[in-house]
Structures are given as structure tokens and as C-alpha cells.
Design a protein around this ligand. Structure first.
Ligand SMILES: Cc1cc2nc3c(=O)[nH]c(=O)nc-3n(C[C@H](O)[C@H](O)[C@H](O)COP(=O)(O)O)c2cc1C
Length: 191
């Protein structure tokens, strides 16, 4: 069983990355394979609203000139999705939003390709707006017939400019461990 994480931060080793690694630690202890793909800072177009995916139904986005279809293949191959982002103006980063819009559409028009996968949202923030970003990710899972995993708090971690602060948020990091354990628990029950 495998969990794929997408990091919406352009900072490869920032706060969001550290939170993902904590969830991975718990997942790997439970024998779950993990993979991380950085989407932040990459060129990923938004949905062009061409609706060609509805005509073609070929499990692909018709905008094939960026890394989206490669990421989407990986999403299809995973049993669990961990979508993670820093908070940017009380929401997720534009790169992660572009993946969500296109993945949600292609999944749905091809017969709910994400059906019964497990999903969790992870968000880092400096001060405010994190729950709104967290909700943005969960909207994908809720419309794609997926099962959402929660934890002891909303899956948030507090960190600022250097990208090294989030380990100081003990409650946030403990929550990541609990989240990884719960994801593994649900995935094993579903298998
Ligand atoms: C463009 C931009 C917008 C941001 N907006 C918010 C915000 O609305 N609320 C907040 O708490 N932090 C905000 N932050 C801070 C980051 O969300 C926070 O430092 C986060 O932990 C960075 O994660 P990273 O190290 O993985 O990139 C913003 C940072 C940037 C660069």
C-alpha cells in the first residue's frame, strides 16, 4: 500500500516538507510505502476549461505540456493521498490548486477514479487562514468519493519565514504522527 504526498510549497525543505516527513515516519513504521512529489514552484497550468477530458475519457488532462499527467498517474497508483500546502493569503498555493482542479475533473469524468482512496490534508501557516486552506484540500476528497482522515486537531503546523520553525510546534508535529497512524489504520481496514 502506498501514500503519495504532494507538497504545494516552493520551498523543498520548508515547514510543509517537515510536516509531510513526520506523517511519512508514522506511515512507514506501519509498513506503508511513501512517495513525495514537489509541485510548488513548478510550472503547472490551471484548468483551461476545454472540456476535452469529457469527450476523450482517456484518464488524462488534454493540456499535456506540463507535468500534470505524470503527477495524475502517480495519484491513481496510490491508495492514499496526502495533499499539503503552506497557507498563502488564507488558501493553498496556486500550483496545488491547479493540480486539484485538473485531477478532480479528470477523476470525475472518467467514473470517479479516486473512489475509496484515503485522503488527508496538511497545512502549515505562520498565523491565520490555515483552516480555509485545509478546507480547500478536503473539498477535493469530498467530491471524489474518498475517505478523509482526521487527527487530534485540524492538521496544521505553525512556522514562519525560515522554514525551520514547525518542529517547535510540538502539538502540530504530534498530530502529524497521529495522522500517519490513522491513515495506515484506515488503509489496512479498507484493504
Ligand atoms: C505569499 C505568501 C503568503 C502567505 N500567507 C499567509 C497567510 O495567509 N497566513 C499565514 O498564517 N501565513 C502565511 N504565509 C506564511 C506561510 O504560510 C508559512 O510561513 C508556511 O509555514 C511556509 O511553509 P513552507 O516553509 O513549507 O513554504 C504566507 C507566505 C507567503 C510566502
Amino acid at each position: 500500500m502506498k501514500v503519495l504526498a504532494l507538497n504545494g510549497s516552493p520551498r523543498k525543505e520548508g515547514n510543509t516538507h517537515k510536516m509531510i516527513l513526520k506523517v511519512f515516519e508514522a506511515l512507514e513504521t506501519e509498513g506503508i510505502e511513501t512517495e513525495l512529489v514537489h509541485v510548488g514552484g513548478k510550472v503547472i497550468r490551471g484548468c483551461l476549461s476545454c472540456y476535452k477530458c469529457i469527450e476523450r475519457k482517456d484518464r488524462k488532462c488534454a493540456t499535456g505540456n506540463d507535468m500534470f499527467n505524470e503527477i495524475f498517474e502517480k495519484m491513481l497508483g496510490a491508495d492514499g493521498l496526502l495533499l499539503a500546502s503552506p497557507t498563502y493569503f488564507a488558501d493553498i498555493t496556486p500550483e496545488l490548486k491547479a493540480v486539484i482542479d485538473r485531477a478532480g475533473f479528470v477523476s470525475r469524468v472518467n467514473g470517479q477514479l479516486f473512489r475509496h482512496k484515503v485522503g488527508a490534508a496538511v497545512v502549515s501557516l505562520r498565523r491565520g487562514g490555515g483552516v480555509h486552506a485545509y478546507d480547500s484540500i478536503n473539498h477535493l476528497y469530498q467530491i471524489c468519493s474518498m475517505f478523509i482522515v482526521g487527527s487530534t486537531y485540524w492538521n496544521l503546523g505553525f512556522g514562519g519565514r525560515t522554514g525551520d520553525e514547525v518542529p517547535n510546534d510540538k502539538e502540530g508535529m504530534d498530530n502529524m504522527i497521529d495522522l500517519g497512524r490513522s491513515m495506515a489504520y484506515l488503509m489496512k481496514k479498507l484493504r
